[in-house]
Design a protein around this ligand. Structure first.
Ligand code: SF4
Length: 438
């Protein structure tokens, strides 16, 4: 099967978008991630698996559910996530969300992909930068993809944010990017995966205090033992594994498979309830792309949100069962607000935003910046070149792969957006900074 062989089932007559309707009505909904379109499987098998997942999740009656078709890069047969999604059932496509990454795609190709999405009835598109590639090739910034989505009126645009940042400048860069997208009418947002409920509430409070509204999906993870072992060995963006959490995970790994799964379902149940209570519009679940697992997870999410429906219930559960096995960073790392996870809303007696620390711009940095030349991708802000020094050439905000301490996803340099925000703080130029990411 090739891109040209695609039998695009056009649906021009009826352009309903049930996903959009559901989230705009404020109904809690679920997206189940499918990352099956990797290089391992023939395209026909990928389509079969996608349709099996689609049938299973669309049959769940407790919530409105759909598939999040993740863009893992092209299948060797040349099909993208958008093209795979165009093979799903015509009458169900408007319930799904499809990711479109900028990897190996120029703007012309992005426009072609969006035309396919629009014509096939896949209206909900999430713009992402995609992972770093070696060697670096052509790529389009997720901010540019977002703008292209917004040009097509029938599409509903999703954006991403990584709220699990423990460095003030990296955190503010993420919040500001999201603010810029919401100001530009993004339809919904999805958070980077993380195990820190406190960071989810901080993000909710930040948006509430700024009167920014967009339905948000918290991305959660249902773990297998293999995935848990990988997480213990290698850093996962958004998840810091401290001593307590490591102990909990190692204990879970020593259990039988049945008990391991029970532990993961309990974790998911509590996390889902927390997301609902903290004002998220839904959950995007990673790791549950087998139909039976997806159904089981939907069942425990339902139990969680039915049994923990008030902030007080959630707090009790948080302190008795969750806090210990989370990042529990409050006393250790930078938090923007005080008294988070103590009350539901920030309006009465507003929280005091933390003093941003000294941005520590060194003299050597200032001198280096004076002598650094412009280059092809130059976007100089506070004299920081945010495109030429970004391995993904992002010009409209940081990617989600930035590490929790503000280092670039490549691990070898400071994220240039962190540096820009650090310099802006030193020059008292933080006000309205997000306008530069629009
Ligand atoms: S510099 Fe920042 S935005 Fe660019 S790739 Fe690295 S982490 Fe992502």
């Amino acid at each position: 099967m090739s891109s040209n062989d695609l039998q695009l089932e056009m649906n021009f007559s009826e352009k309903q978008n049930r996903f959009r309707k559901t989230v705009e009505k404020g109904e809690f909904s679920l997206l189940f991630e499918s990352a099956v379109q990797g290089p391992q499987l023939p395209a026909k098998e990928v389509v079969k698996q996608l349709k099996n997942l689609e049938d299973a999740v669309c049959a769940i009656d407790k919530f409105s559910c759909g598939v999040a078709v993740i863009d893992k890069g092209e299948n060797p047969e040349g099909l993208s996530a958008v093209e795979f999604a165009a093979q799903m059932s015509e009458d169900l496509r408007d319930r799904h969300a499809v990711y479109l990454s900028g990897i190996n795609r120029d703007e012309k190709e992005i426009c072609r992909q969006l035309a396919i999405a629009e014509n096939s009835g896949n209206f909900n598109i999430v713009a992402v930068s995609g992972d770093l590639t070696t060697p670096p090739g052509v790529r389009t910034d997720s901010g540019v993809i977002f703008k292209k989505i917004m040009e097509r009126k029938s599409l509903f645009s999703g954006v991403t944010v990584n709220p699990c940042q423990y460095d003030p400048w990296a955190l503010m860069a993420q919040y500001s990017k999201l603010a810029a997208r919401i100001i530009s009418d993004a339809g919904f947002f999805v958070t980077q995966m993380g195990w820190d409920t406190l960071k989810l509430q901080s993000l909710s409070w930040y948006l509430l205090l700024r009167n920014l509204y967009a339905p948000g999906f918290a991305r959660l993870l249902f773990l297998t033992p293999e995935r848990m072992k990988q997480m213990l060995e290698k850093e996962t963006p958004g998840i810091i594994i401290g001593r307590e959490l490591r102990k909990t995970m190692e204990n879970e790994l020593s259990l039988s498979r049945k008990l391991f799964d029970v532990a993961q379902l309990c974790r998911l149940k509590r996390q889902a309830a927390a997301c609902r209570v903290l004002g998220f519009s839904g959950i995007q679940l990673c790791g549950a792309d087998q139909p039976a697992v997806a159904k089981e997870c939907a069942g425990v999410i339902w139990e969680g949100i039915s049994s923990i429906s008030s902030f007080e219930d959630f707090l009790e559960c948080y302190h008795s069962e969750m806090a210990e096995s989370e990042v529990n960073s409050f006393h250790l790392k930078f938090q923007l607000f005080d008294r988070v996870l103590k009350r539901p809303y920030p309006f009465d007696n507003p929280p005091q935003p933390a003093e941003l620390p000294d941005p520590e711009v060194k003299l050597s940095e200032k001198i280096a910046l004076i002598f650094s030349g412009k280059d092809e991708f130059s976007h100089r802000r506070q004299n920081v070149c945010t495109a030429g020094k970004c391995p993904k050439h992002n010009t409209l905000g940081p990617c989600g792969g930035v590490r929790h301490d503000g280092r670039c996803e490549n691990g070898t340099q400071e994220c240039v957006y962190r540096k820009w925000f650090r310099f802006a703080a030193a020059n008292d130029a933080m006000t309205g900074i997000e306008k530069e990411m629009i």
